[in-house]
Design a protein around this ligand. Structure first.
Ligand SMILES: [Zn+2]
Length: 494
């Protein structure tokens, strides 16, 4: 049996694992590389496997860094089933269609710019995929209930377990057979931040007799814990009441899936509790976020018990008086001329495009404006420049003086911090017998050659170098586990 790593190996994005067992070939996730300059090239590169040779694909959740290369796999000849949880199907459809549209617009812009310079069409004059590729992929998607064994290929079955990161997100337990031998592999997927509204807290999968042979664990925040949510909410309330008193806008750049719903939920509870100024308008100004919110509301069976209790009392967890969804561009422009305080939640999450950019252009030079940064901002983005307190920024070709007050709030993260990852690992490895978490072996880099290896093998992925090393250190220290840190293209014999 072989497991190959084709992404998220020493970085956060591009998740993609290929399992080969007893002649069956199953791909787990196939995401886009995102957030750095070379990504256009990496995403456009030929796939490192033959799509026609795959028996099945398995998707942990709908985020693009886990799904964004799936339409390419389908276009290149994969015609088999794509297994996921139920909410993942429409969310993947929504996000990939939006990505296809953005790529088409990018390609047009690049072609225009080259035309103006008198250059012939260059590299990247084709989008990675188009809407028809997405439609084909979605037709091949097969939803499966959580906690249910599903055969996906000869000798290979999978079970999805709630990972509490976005609606429908899952860890996956894979059982594979080869030559009369059975192996179990656990893929954590993205592990959520316990206490995130709407969602259940992440669950460490129960594996069954004998435990796991391989555990692939994410390490996004392997080096730190987040600020508690209650402190973050107090900070948000404080910012809103200052803006209300000053008559300024509160602008919150937000990711469409997950963060937008988290923010709506918190504003709804704050309003119920009388902690917001009377008559405050909360404007959700992201068409993608509005669609995603509808999809969140479609399947209450995935909600946590607090949200289900709210629904039993007749509330809708993501609706409240004062909430307004701005669908059209015209509705969005109203914000520019609106007098007084309002909260505006708008995409894109890192201010790299979308409607938030227009609001920033209009309001950053007003000292009464408050910008709340509620998510990760990559280097080189407008969001990052605001976090770094730059005094002048360029927006759509115009120089803007930043007189607005910028607040960074880390508590809204959709990823569990270090303690959450350690607890998850402890619960999974605790099922694998005493020697699983007591070997005390050295942490290995790359192949792991020469080091004592604990059983099961624990592989850390989906994290930058620092967080991944930090998590490996903590797991060795606390659980006595020797982690492996596979690089891109690493192949592991199971
Ligand atoms: Zn994710």
């Amino acid at each position: 049996m072989k497991l190959s790593f084709f992404g998220a190996a020493g970085e956060v994005t591009g998740s993609c694992y290929l399992l080969e067992a007893g002649g069956a070939r199953v791909l787990i996730d196939c995401g886009l590389f995102q957030g750095s300059a070379g990504d256009l090239v990496r995403n456009a590169r030929a796939l490192p496997f033959d799509p026609r040779s795959l028996d099945a694909m398995v998707v942990t959740h709908a985020h693009l860094d886990h799904t964004g290369r799936l339409p390419i796999v389908v276009r290149e000849g994969f015609g088999g089933p794509v297994w996921s949880s139920r909410p993942t199907v429409p969310l993947t459809d929504l996000l990939l269609r939006d990505a296809a549209e953005l790529q088409a617009a990018d390609v047009r812009r690049r072609a225009r710019a080259r035309g103006e310079r008198g250059c012939p069409p260059g590299r990247f004059c084709e989008p990675l995929f188009v809407e028809q590729d997405v439609a084909r992929l979605v037709r091949q998607m097969r939803p499966v209930a959580l906690e249910q064994d599903q055969r996906v290929a000869p000798g290979v079955s999978v079970r999805f377990v709630d990972s509490g990161h976005i609606i429908g997100s899952a860890s996956v337990v894979v059982t594979a057979n080869e030559g009369g031998r059975t192996a179990r592999l656990v893929f954590s997927g993205d592990i959520g931040n316990p206490g995130t509204p709407i969602l259940r807290d992440p669950i460490a999968p129960s594996i069954g007799p004998g435990g796991a042979d391989v555990v692939v664990l994410e390490s996004t925040y392997g080096d730190r814990d987040h600020k508690p949510i209650d402190a973050t909410i107090d900070e948000l309330v404080e910012v809103v009441s200052r803006a209300w008193a000053e008559g300024g806008k509160v602008l919150i750049p937000s990711f469409a899936v997950g963060r937008t719903q988290t923010l709506i939920y918190h504003f709804a509870r704050l309003q119920e509790a009388g902690r917001l100024p009377n008559g405050l308008a909360v404007l959700v100004d992201t068409p993608l976020g509005i669609e995603a919110t509808k999809l969140y509301e479609m399947d209450a069976s995935f909600f946590d018990k607090e949200s289900r209790a709210l629904m039993r009392e007749g509330h809708r967890p993501l609706r409240f008086p004062g909430l307004r969804m701005l669908r059209t561009g015209q509705e969005s422009q109203v914000v520019n001329t609106m007098k007084g305080c309002a909260v505006v939640i708008a995409g894109a999450g890192m201010c790299t495009g979308g409607r938030i950019v227009h609001h920033l252009l209009h309001h950053l030079s007003d000292a009464r404006t408050h910008v709340v940064i509620a998510g990760y901002q990559a280097h080189g983005t407008l969001g990052r420049r605001l976090v770094d307190r730059e005094k002048f920024v360029r927006i759509m070709g115009q120089g803007v003086e930043v007189r607005a007050q910028v607040h960074t709030m880390g508590g809204f993260s959709a990823h569990g911090g270090q303690s959450v990852l350690v607890k998850w690992a402890q619960e999974v490895l605790g099922q694998c017998g005493d020697d699983a978490i007591s070997a005390g072996a050295a942490v290995t880099g790359g192949s792991g050659a020469g080091a004592v290896r604990a059983q099961p093998r624990v592989m850390l992925t989906h994290g930058e170098r620092g967080p991944r090393m930090a998590l490996a250190g903590v797991l060795r220290e606390r659980l006595g586990v020797a982690c492996e840190l596979p690089g891109y293209g690493a192949v592991v014999e199971v």
